[in-house]
Design a binder for this molecule. Sequence first.
Ligand code: HSE
Length: 297
Amino acid sequence: DQLQIFSPATVANVSCGYDAMAFALESLGDEMTFRKNDLGKTRIVKIEGADLPFESNKNVAAAVAKRMLQDAGANFGVDIEIVKKYKPGSGLGSSAASGAGAAFAINQLLNNRYTKLEQLKYAMFGEEVACGSQIADNVAAALYGGFVLIRSYEPLDIVSIPTPSQLFVTVIHPQIEIKTEDARNILPKEIPMKTAISQWANVGGLIAGLHSSDYDLIGRSLTDHVVEPYRKKFIPHFDALKRAALDHGALGAGISGSGPSVFALVKGAEMAEKIAAAFNEVYKDSAIDYRIYTSGI
Ligand code: HSE
């Protein structure tokens, strides 16, 4: 009647795949506990590591849990504890970790009543609670693990992509706030055909590289002509971070989701540490507080 889970942080977009690709981090994420109660109420009983709402219509995990329990006609409620290991507003899918974690756990408590796709839809409802739109990328990666492609939204079609064994990620989270909604509003509504062609060619390259463990191809494909040019100006030292990553041997680097975190994909755990040091060099004298993480995928 009690479930303790790890719900991973996620990097959405992966440079070329705006709203269509994401991956989950193996070793960064939230710890969540779900305990059945007889009151029939969904309650957040503990939040550690972040200043998040306790109200069940504002808290993402509670909102998702409440809706799933209601739809299932469950005769029990649930008490939820959340221990956040990284800050919300990071561009690392913090709300998605909460929503996907709740969808996964409540489904377990309901003896696997829902399919994976149904769980995903509930988690997407959580994203709406968090940022006003039902974006699937972060929640799909958190729920499915590894790399995912959102092949279609209508109907929802999620494709799991294999992860090469030596693929690691380094992330720097400059602790400034960028609202996903703002980061979406600054993007152009239309793009030139030429830009579209290079973008979908890179998405194809990235998928092919992940399938064949072709690290160089993965690196060549981590280019974003659509979103990065508009968003990077909100991230202090973005160009220097990217330069540092590439100069020190990363396969590629870009903005994690809607930012401000910046990620680099690398081959090997040692290289991930090397890039962490390179990121640190760029930020160490800056006035902005920051955290750096390395992880497998
Ligand atoms: N794909 C989204 C964006 C990330 O870049 O705005 C949040 O899910």
